[in-house]
Design a protein around this ligand. Structure first.
Ligand SMILES: Nc1ncnc2c1ncn2[C@@H]1O[C@H](COP(=O)(O)OP(=O)(O)OP(=O)(O)O)[C@@H](O)[C@H]1O
Ligand SMILES: [Mg+2]
Length: 307
């Protein structure tokens, strides 16, 4: 049986990055990057610490303007637009370090996600109160549904500050799900998540993609997670796209192994090759309380699902 995605009918990419560059003073964090993201797929971005992965997300999500280059979303150049404009177009992102509102409850954290919802347009409080009430009810129902899905229901009335690191990652995913986004950028969803919760998180991402059609781009150092979720992986090194392809091919690419080894130090602790989680303990990403190495290696099969 032929699949619904034959190469002859390949869809236009939902996101295409063209010759994207970002400088910070004398440092070029991202240099001439070009890649595409197909709608309905899960695309991985890997690369050693400091490769420029988060900087790319920051530009796509509108947190940082590019120094040069284009970011095409649905064919329109959105480079340099502010975060709220990207959000309005359906681009949401989660952070390497969770950005929960620590003094709100878990439920409230989901309910305050800005959305294009009737209750937000305050004039409708006067012109259409019934509609506003219905809107609020829908937001609550959606939040509650998300909490059940994310297995955070039991802690819905806890302050978000009291959640574990892994639960905060789930909450980040939940916040992204509140808006029916068109493109979800996940920055290290697995960092700091315990192995049991990580499997759950993986299954949730997979479900959101397969059953609900969400498009994801996932930055991860956990090669197992990337290999099991992503059909295509983009490898960044020193700000540039080194290669891309299925994980099975990428993991055998000597240039990829070199990129990981090249950033290492002699004690073998630093920047492990693609047989570890790939994070240096002294990662320059300020404030990232994320991952500790867990020794997970590249799995033998690079196939996300085998069909
Ligand atoms: N706001 C900034 N100002 C100055 N330099 C920055 C800034 N943001 C990132 N950088 C630098 O740009 C480079 C790329 O950083 P980035 O955070 O994108 O890497 P990364 O691939 O996400 O790394 P990691 O895997 O450790 O999260 C690094 O050298 C970093 O120090
Ligand atoms: Mg990063």
């Amino acid at each position: 049986m032929t699949g619904s995605h034959s190469s002859a009918t390949a869809p236009a990419p939902i996101l295409a990055v063209e010759d994207l560059t970002r400088r910070f003073g004398g440092l070029t964090a991202v240099e001439g990057c070009s890649f595409r993201v197909d709608a309905g797929r899960i695309t991985g971005i890997i690369g050693p610490n400091g490769a420029g992965k988060t900087t790319i997300f920051n530009m796509v999500a509108g947190a940082l303007p590019p120094s040069s280059g284009r970011i095409l979303f649905d064919g329109a150049d959105i480079a340099g637009l502010p975060t709220h404009e990207m959000f309005h177009r359906g681009i949401v992102r989660t952070f390497q370090i969770p950005h929960e509102f620590s003094r709100l409850t878990v439920l409230e954290n989901l309910m305050v996600v800005p959305a294009v919802q009737p209750g937000e347009r305050l004039w409708r409080v006067w012109t259409s109160p019934a509609r506003v009430r219905r809107g609020e009810r829908e937001v609550r129902e959606r939040a509650e549904e998300a909490l059940r899905f994310l297995t955070l229901w039991e802690v819905r009335d806890e302050l978000a500050a009291n959640l574990s690191g892994g639960q905060k990652k789930l909450l980040e995913l939940g916040r992204a799900m509140m808006t029916e986004p068109r493109l979800v950028l996940l920055d290290e969803p697995g960092a700091g998540v315990n192995p049991t919760l990580l499997l759950k998180l993986r299954d949730m991402i997979r479900h959101l993609n397969r059953q609900l059609g969400y498009t994801f781009v996932i930055i991860e150092h956990d090669m197992d997670l990337i290999a099991s979720l992503c059909e295509r992986v983009i490898v960044l090194a020193e700000g540039s796209v080194l290669t891309e392809g299925p994980m099975g091919a990428v993991r055998r690419d000597p240039r990829v192994i070199d990129a990981y080894l090249g950033g290492g130090e002699e004690d073998g602790q630093a920047s492990p090759p693609p047989s570890g989680r790939g994070r240096r303990p002294d990662s320059g990403d300020a404030g990232d309380g994320g991952a500790s190495g867990n020794g997970r290696g590249f799995p033998d099969s690079g196939s996300p699902d085998g069909g």
